[in-house]
Design a protein around this ligand. Structure first.
Ligand code: NDP
Length: 468
């Protein structure tokens, strides 16, 4: 009896996905490399620990490939980068035309575009599959963002849809996203939005605790009321749990070093935006905030030199908390708007034909940025109108803007750094400004570099230069 599906890489994600598949009655062949000198056979031990599941373990590549039904369907669940190319080198000679390789890691979309072409030349289908949901999502149902040759996708669609999370209508949170690279691009933007959403929550926590003097218990109560009044999201939910976690009579959070780490996808979103000429201010600000946080020693030294202390925001804390809630609602809309705009621009540039509403739909469950807002965006993004120009969003933002400005101004005055709250606000104010000061930039460029400029009183295809 051959296995219907193969997984290479028995790490956190590979194991959870194998159990998800086998739990659905799908037979899975599992493979992990063996490192010379290390006795442990990871795949074999995993299968032993889950003996009741239809798992076939291998540490021999050839035997693993031979154990699969044709056309073979093999998911790589390994570290992104060189490991994926090394595996392709190793496995491609063992495969046959029409076999499908899925890369479920967080690979860079440019690498995926290249690999799709390389594999196409060998008549193999290579799919880049964005996977979100972490260990638990992988086990119970992740959000899946497959991209690559459509013929390859049709060979695996049934299985992927079976293991994916389900949306509120029972439809799988898995949809063919687009051609080569599109799946990993979409996953990258998912993570970019995730960075901005996480940093926005960190700023909310900082303001409530250190500038509005809320106790951790009161912050939990406050955030719980947000969770129940339209701002519900997975990230807010876990933030509330984190703020409840005690250790030795104190908050565990207070024992965690404030130096954020990252694996790169937020930075890649920022680089992609630079390449495409898109503005992603709050995403970039969230990435930079992590870098700055990691400079712990320098920050401590500078804090001692400058002697800046967190100050209380003047006025009634509960009123400020209401402003903060509205500001948080507003900045989230902007975080999402720029993420979807980045995908729209990439789709245009690469001719991917991305369906933004469908992408929002597969992000409504299983993934880290699932939220009530995402549910709303499914409908809003069905129209061609940019998110921030949609009627419903325009009136929402009009209602929120003053509170957002107030809380950013008060927070900055009280010495709180608010990278995402303020970058989002700057972006938004820039976006709704019809007359920007960029005419001065153009004049300066022409002054020192004869770069020319266009005139508002002349046809826009004409360029002018003057002797300043
Ligand atoms: P782990 O570190 O738990 O596992 C990595 C796996 O890759 C191990 O099985 C490891 O084998 C294998 N591996 C590493 N290098 C090589 C190589 N050169 N050749 C063959 N195999 C190799 O990682 P995760 O399971 O967490 O992540 C896997 C991928 O999924 C990554 O790209 C990650 O970014 C992505 N991802 C992770 C998520 C998460 O929440 N953890 C969510 C979504 C995507 P060995 O044990 O022998 O070292």
């Amino acid at each position: 009896q051959k296995a219907a599906f193969g997984i290479i890489g028995m790490g956190v994600m590979g194991k959870s996905l194998a159990l998800n598949l086998s739990g659905k009655g799908i037979s899975v062949a599992v493979y992990n490399r063996t490192v010379p000198g290390v006795e442990e056979q990871v795949a074999e031990r995993f299968a032993e620990e889950n003996a009741e599941q239809p798992l076939l373990p291998f540490s021999d590549a050839e035997a693993f490939v031979q154990a699969l039904e044709k056309p073979r369907r093999i998911l790589f669940m390994v570290k992104a980068g060189a490991a994926v190319d090394a595996l392709l080198q190793q496995f491609q000679p063992l495969l046959e035309a029409e076999d499908v390789i899925l890369d479920g890691g967080n690979s860079h979309y440019h690498d995926t575009q290249r690999r799709v072409q390389e594999m196409q030349a060998l008549h193999l289908h290579f799919l880049g599959v964005g996977i979100s949901g972490g260990e638990e999502g992988a086990l119970k149902g992740p959000s899946l963002m497959p991209g690559g040759p459509k013929e390859g996708y049709t060979q695996v669609s049934e299985i992927l849809e079976q293991i994916a999370a389900k949306d509120k209508d029972g439809l799988p949170c898995c949809a063919y996203v687009g051609p080569a690279g599109a799946g990993h691009f979409v996953k990258m933007v998912h993570n970019g939005i995730e960075y901005a959403e996480m940093q926005a929550l960190a700023e909310v926590y900082q303001l409530l605790r250190f500038h509005l003097n809320f106790s951790p218990e009161t912050i939990v109560e406050e955030l719980q009321s947000w969770q129940e009044s339209g701002l519900g999201s997975y990230l807010l939910e876990i933030t509330i749990d984190i703020l409840k976690k005690q250790e030795a009579g104190g908050l565990l959070l207070d024992k965690i070093l404030d130096a954020a780490e990252q694996k790169g996808t937020g930075g890649w979103s920022t680089t992609a935006a630079l390449e495409l000429g898109a503005s992603v201010d709050p995403i970039a600000a969230a990435v930079m905030a992590r870098y700055l946080s990691a400079q712990k020693k320098q920050r401590e030294k500078a804090a001692a030199l400058v002697e800046i202390e967190p100050m209380q925001i003047e006025g009634v804390p509960l009123l400020h908390a209401q402003q903060l809630k509205k500001g948080y609602e507003a900045v989230r809309v902007v975080n999402h708007a720029i993420g979807f705009e980045l995908m729209r621009q990439a789709s245009e540039q690469y001719e991917w034909g991305l369906n933004l509403s469908e992408i929002a739909r597969i992000w409504t469950n299983g993934c880290i940025i699932r939220s009530q807002l995402m549910e709303r965006l499914v409908g809003i993004l069905k129209t061609e109108v940019p998110l921030l120009q949609h009627d419903e969003v325009v009136s929402q933002m009009k209602e929120l803007l003053n509170s957002w400005k107030e809380i950013v101004a008060s927070g900055l005055k009280a010495n709180a750094a608010l990278p995402v709250f303020s970058a989002g606000l700057n972006y938004y104010l820039g976006y709704v400004t019809a007359q920007s000061p960029a005419n001065l930039i153009q004049a300066q460029r022409d002054y020192f570099g004869a770069h020319t400029f266009r005139r508002v009183d002349q046809p826009l295809d004409k360029y002018f230069h003057v002797e300043w």
